[in-house]
Design a protein around this ligand. Structure first.
Ligand SMILES: Cc1cc2nc3c(=O)[nH]c(=O)nc-3n(C[C@H](O)[C@H](O)[C@H](O)COP(=O)(O)OP(=O)(O)OC[C@H]3O[C@@H](n4cnc5c(N)ncnc54)[C@H](O)[C@@H]3O)c2cc1C
Length: 443
């Protein structure tokens, strides 16, 4: 007979999204019994691992694809992370300068215009000309054609965050509350069943009976949602991102201007949060039919996310055949060619560091995750924002946007929703929450 556990809320997935929710629920809600199930032996080993993402706390100031409205929302979310990490162990984060670099007349004009529109929202943002950029980042200017116009938007408040350590910190903090918090590691959830007024989670570790469920299992969340009849008009376009490394090239984060139509960041150079002597360039963006990088068994999971339906196949083909995206896909495929691939990447990386040499770069094998880009199979278009499906007493987080930076804001929203699902007798502790977050943000 399989062991059966009971709880008020079950969380599936122990990445940054699931652990932030665990923290939020245990500290700021009246929910007493929470179980988190994670299929791996450790927390945050997939996209939230420090190796697999760009480690940037996005505020919307140097992300030139964000509208003013989106930047406002992301800024608020990122400030919550800052207020959490401030004063904590330094292995969680590092503060560096960060900039977005415009190269050439057209980009420079666009960036100037953006500065005017965004400066009220980001008062610490400064426009830097060639000389000032050189002082901060000598290698961005060295060797650049004197006639090439450059301009940067820069802030001293750039945060590089180790989202894996942050996840572990959320878990440890959740244990400090007087709650019944249980973690089941190496516990893959195979099925979620709706049974009268509760959910039954069938996992490697036995059965879990929960009054409400929050799935934070990345693209796998869509499979669970669809098995319960939700999100049936959504599919996933998995975009894997890889990185190259070089030694001691940049002192802070240097982003490039965003390509319109693309929902993910253009390549940038960042000092690694664990070893800042290493500069990571990337991420590349390659369409890959997997839900987890390096895990070939997830090919079959990918097929289950409506990739195998007529609408699903048609949507993916339609998106990828858009000329801007197709060009981007081909360029990124070219990065994989033996010997030549690194040359192609180098050409793009030289937009940031003109004197970068072939020998300076080495590909980081096995590093980088997959961004599950949600696709609407009715409109056959990518959904550009976050993707969350809400069911009856169930939440499915697929792509929090932008990724890990919004983990606490996303968790706040989910925690409030879950408290509402549980109904009478349950509440979100707004006063304590405001005291912890808003007071610190305003200080
Ligand atoms: C190349 C790249 C660069 C990025 N850069 C940034 C950045 O600079 N800043 C930023 O904010 N975001 C960035 N992101 C996005 C960010 O990494 C992700 O959005 C974020 O890590 C998602 O967290 P998550 O917890 O939702 O998913 P994950 O971290 O993937 O966690 C999901 C968890 O669910 C578990 N799981 C899956 N299925 C099951 C199951 N059946 N049963 C139990 N457990 C299960 C997995 O093992 C995993 O631990 C980047 C992503 C990529 C790929």
């Amino acid at each position: 007979m399989e062991k059966e556990r009971e709880c008020e809320v079950a969380i599936v997935g122990g990445g940054i999204t699931g652990t932030a929710l665990l923290y939020m629920l245990s500290r700021y809600s009246s929910v007493r019994k929470i179980i988190l199930l994670e299929k791996n032996r450790r927390f945050a080993e997939i996209n939230s691992s420090s190796e697999n993402n760009s480690q940037t706390l996005h505020f919307g100031d140097i992300e030139t694809n964000y509208s003013f409205e989106k930047a406002k929302i992301v800024k608020e979310a990122a400030e919550m992370v800052v207020s959490y990490v401030k004063g904590r162990n330094r292995d969680l984060f590092r503060v560096t300068h960060k900039m977005v670099l415009a190269v050439g007349q057209e980009e420079v004009a666009e960036l100037r215009d953006r500065y005017e529109r965004f400066k009220a929202l980001f008062p610490n943002l400064r426009l830097l000309g060639r000389k000032e950029i050189e002082l901060l980042e000598p290698r961005v200017v060295a060797g650049r054609e004197p006639g090439e116009e450059i301009l940067a938007l820069c802030s001293e408040d750039g945060y590089a965050v180790n989202f894996q350590k942050l996840s572990e910190s959320f878990v440890l903090d959740s244990l400090k509350e007087e709650k019944e918090v249980e973690f089941l590691l190496s516990a893959r959830v195979k099925e979620i069943r709706r049974e009268k007024d509760f959910y039954l989670l069938v996992a490697d570790e036995g059965l879990v009976r929960a009054r409400a469920v929050a799935v934070a299992a990345g693209p796998h969340g869509l499979i669970f949602a669809q098995s319960l009849g939700y999100g049936t008009k959504s599919g996933i376009l998995p975009i894997s991102g890889g990185f190259y490394r070089a030694e001691n090239v940049l002192r802070g984060k240097v982003y490039t201007m965003q390509v319109d139509k693309l929902p993910f960041a253009a390549i940038h150079g960042d000092p690694d949060v664990v070893d800042p002597r290493e500069t990571r360039f990337g991420p590349t963006a390659k369409v890959l039919p997997l839900l987890e990088r390096g895990s070939y068994r997830t090919f079959f999971d990918f097929l289950r996310t409506s990739a195998f339906t007529l609408d699903g196949v048609w949507s993916l083909l339609k998106i990828v055949s858009d000329w801007v995206i197709l060009k981007y896909v081909i360029k990124n495929l070219a990065y994989d060619l033996p010997i030549l691939g690194k040359w192609f990447f180098l050409r793009d990386a030289r937009k940031i560091v003109p004197l970068l040499k072939y020998a300076d770069l080495s590909y980081l094998r096995g590093v980088g995750g997959i961004r599950p880009q949600v696709v609407d199979t009715r409109t056959k278009k990518m959904e550009m924002g976050s993707a969350k499906i809400i069911g009856d007493k169930a939440i499915f987080n697929i792509t929090p946007s932008p990724g890990a930076s919004v983990c606490l804001k996303n968790a706040e929203e989910d925690a409030k929703m879950l408290v509402g699902f549980l109904g009478e007798g349950h509440r979100f502790k707004e006063d304590k929450f405001k005291e912890d977050f808003l007071a610190k943000i305003n200080s």
